[in-house]
Design a protein around this ligand. Structure first.
Ligand code: AMP
Ligand code: MG
Length: 491
């Protein structure tokens, strides 16, 4: 009876399938309670879609769960084990400041991980304090929700609570917990952990679990492990192409930050590029530019090769044959990625069909954009709203030539000009979370406890393809600064 009431009250309907995996994959652990939790941002739309009770969740008892002071009925909190290549170096990691509360089963029967990020030390904290601070958690909230609205697969943000405790970083900062919602938190690093420290049975259990949860369609295939590899490659090719097409730079594409589901995860030092330049890096710790914008597709390929290695023993008993099959699959990644990217780029230019010369048309534009330091988002936006005169390249001979070539390309296809512009509006966002806007929102929230600036920003980010007057102010570039924008890992 009590169970039913709980369910009606808050809507939590938690299962713990991950806890049925072999015990090497997790450590059962409870969140550290917060002294005086306060809900500062709550995602009502997401809550509703998860089947949660929007009113109850915002009351004290509901907030207590988001603050780690109470676990929802049926939950079995745990920290997940994983390893990863960080900037190319393999290491043991695990949830050092996050706990999985379980999986919420939605009214339509979907399953989503519910994770508290910043909820205190865990057995994998390795000397860290297990805490998170308000700025980075709000940053993850803003950018992950913006990604969602841009149509990019991503983990989502349900809420941020402040804990009422100070957290010591370079200075003292307000502690906070983000509730993260994900298709799952299974990473390439989870597989690396399994292959390195688990038995064959352990690995098999993880693989079967992952197939069941994310790729049930491969169950019937001849070699389901090879099929799994191919499906994950597809999901990642699709994801990374979507990043490239909006100018998103993840910033820390370590193998532990690459999901098997194909969702973007871990919004630490990520940011959107302003002026187009493939060498753009924002992260303060990425001194070699390993994770620069232009490197993201090849890094994804590198990470997938690490994933493939973990599956070798299952792909075939004959090691040589397994390597050959995996290599064949992996070598196809650049082409696979390119096909998603090219399809996306064609759409960005209002092109419906395929012509051989499209690649050179696209390259021509990008080369010019780099040369004239053209803003990535606004260039496509100006083409979409037929205001080419506002692009940085306008007035040059090369731009008029390119423009004429593009117009001729559009005229050659069956669809009308109007159809092209419609298509462009659907895929070229007018709005991205511009770095100066994000900073402005965070500063007001963290320094002045004024959350209205962030609310305003979230509001326009919710419909990035609206092309409405209310968005205009958010399309403006940051004032010129002699300092490059820098981001930091969200600790
Ligand atoms: P990330 O940079 O968020 O991908 O984290 C890399 C690793 O560091 C993961 O194992 C995290 O759990 C761990 N980590 C990050 N911040 C903290 C922290 N404040 N306390 C403990 N572990 C942390
Ligand atoms: Mg991470």
């Amino acid at each position: 009876m009590k169970n039913e009431n709980m369910l009606i009250e808050t809507g939590w309907n938690i299962d713990n399938s991950y806890a049925h995996l072999p015990e090497i994959y997790f450590r059962s652990h409870s969140p550290t309670p917060s002294t005086s939790p306060k809900l500062v941002i709550f995602n009502e739309t997401l809550a509703k879609s998860l089947g949660l009770n929007v009113e109850e969740l915002q009351r004290d008892t509901g907030v207590a769960i988001l603050a780690g002071n109470r676990v929802p009925e049926g939950s079995f909190p745990l920290a997940q084990a994983y390893a990863g290549h960080q900037f190319g170096h393999f290491t043991m990691l695990g949830d050092g400041r996050a706990l999985l509360l379980g999986e919420q089963i939605t009214p339509t029967g979907e399953r989503f991980d519910i994770q508290l990020k910043g909820s205190g030390e865990t057995p994998y904290s390795r000397g860290g304090d297990g805490r998170a601070t308000l700025g980075p958690m709000l940053r993850e909230y803003i950018i992950s929700e913006a990604m969602y609205s841009l149509g990019i697969p991503t983990t989502r943000s349900l809420a941020v609570v402040t804990t009422g405790e100070d957290v010591l970083r370079d200075s003292t900062l307000p502690g906070a917990i983000l509730t993260r919602v994900a298709a799952s938190h299974i990473r390439v690093g989870t597989f690396q952990y399994a292959a390195r420290w688990g038995t064959r049975q352990d690995l098999q259990a993880l693989v079967d679990y992952t197939i069941e949860r994310h790729f049930p369609e491969v169950k019937g295939s001849e070699n389901k492990y090879l099929s799994l590899l191919k499906e994950v490659m597809k999901a990642q090719a699709r994801l990374i192409s979507k990043w490239q097409l909006v100018g998103f730079i993840h910033g820390v594409m370590n193998t532990d930050n690459m999901t098997i589901s194909g969702e973007t995860i871990d919004y630490g030092p990520c940011a959107f590029m302003d002026a187009y330049n493939p060498e753009t890096v924002f992260s303060s710790i990425d001194r070699q530019g390993r994770y620069a914008y232009g490197n993201q597709p090849s890094i994804a390929g590198w990470n997938l090769a690490r994933f493939a290695e973990t599956l070798l023993q299952l792909i075939d008993d004959n090691q040589e044959k397994a390597v050959k099959l995996a290599q064949e699959a992996i070598s196809n990644f650049p082409e696979l990625y390119q096909s998603y990217w090219l399809a996306g780029m064609r759409a960005k230019l209002g092109i419906f069909n395929e012509e051989m010369e499209d690649t050179s048309l696209i390259d021509g534009l990008l080369t010019m954009m780099e040369k004239y330091k053209a803003d990535f988002t606004n260039t496509f936006r100006f083409l979409t709203i037929e205001r080419p005169e506002e692009t940085t390249m306008f007035g040059t001979e090369e731009f008029s030539q390119w423009y004429n070539q593009w117009q001729a390309r559009i005229d050659r296809q069956q669809e009308s000009k109007e159809d092209s512009l419609q298509l462009m509006k659907k895929v070229n966002p007018a709005i991205i979370p511009r770095n100066h806007r994000v900073e402005e929102a965070l500063e007001a929230a963290v320094k002045k406890e004024d959350f209205s600036v962030m609310e305003g920003l979230l509001n326009v980010l919710r419909d990035p393809f609206a092309y409405c007057p209310e968005q205009e102010a958010y399309t403006e570039l940051p004032p010129e600064s002699d300092r490059p924008y820098r981001t930091f890992c969200g600790t």
